[in-house]
Design a protein around this ligand. Structure first.
Ligand SMILES: [Mg+2]
Ligand SMILES: [Zn+2]
Length: 180
């Protein structure tokens, strides 16, 4: 990222869910080769990186680790692949990708809808939550963003829902951020 953004006093960020939001949810995916991006993904990241208003992060629940379906190294390999695919298109990697390896019954502070991953990133990067956004395909994503005090928490959903800000897909999300 350019220095102008990195050095901003009141940094803004967008926190993205991974599965079902940025990439197609393959359910306990462990093979990087299975990575398939949602329609509009590269258009979205291109737009946001050119706009230079937001740091971009991914926060993802990966309970398959805690359940023993795969290892953290499998998940990291998928994240490496995602960043490599951005670089291959002349884009920059995400500022950061955080994962929660726990199961629901572990009662951790990081598994969404808990806000732990977002709160850590807000702290580590000195980000202003009131100028930041969460984007996800589940209510638990929205709830995590709300619990972290973010300005807006956007649900990716074909059907609009009462009391929720929603867009049907990532191309419409580009329009949402264009209109800000
Ligand atoms: Mg999801
Ligand atoms: Zn956790």
């Amino acid at each position: 990222m350019p220095m102008s953004l990195e050095s901003l006093e009141d940094r803004s960020a967008i926190f993205f869910d991974r599965d079902g939001t940025l990439i197609v949810d393959k359910v306990y995916q462990k093979d990087p080769a299975q990575t398939e991006y949602q329609v509009g993904y590269f258009e979205l990241i291109t737009f946001l990186q050119r706009a230079q208003k937001f740091l971009l992060f991914v926060v993802t629940n990966q309970s398959g680790i805690g359940r023993g379906f795969f290892k953290e190294s499998n998940v990291m390999a998928i994240h490496d692949r995602m960043n490599q695919d951005l670089v291959a298109k002349g884009l920059r990697p995400f500022q950061g990708i955080k994962l929660c390896p726990h199961r629901n019954e572990d009662q951790c502070q990081c598994r969404k809808p808990m806000p732990g991953m977002i709160l850590e990133l807000l702290h580590e990067w000195k980000i202003d939550p009131t100028k930041s956004y969460m984007v996800g395909d589940k209510l638990s994503d929205v709830e995590a963003g709300r619990a972290a005090g973010l300005a807006q928490n956007i649900l990716i959903s074909e059907t609009s829902q009462i009391n929720l800000t929603s867009v049907p897909n990532l191309l419409k999300l580009v329009e949402y951020f264009q209109a800000l």
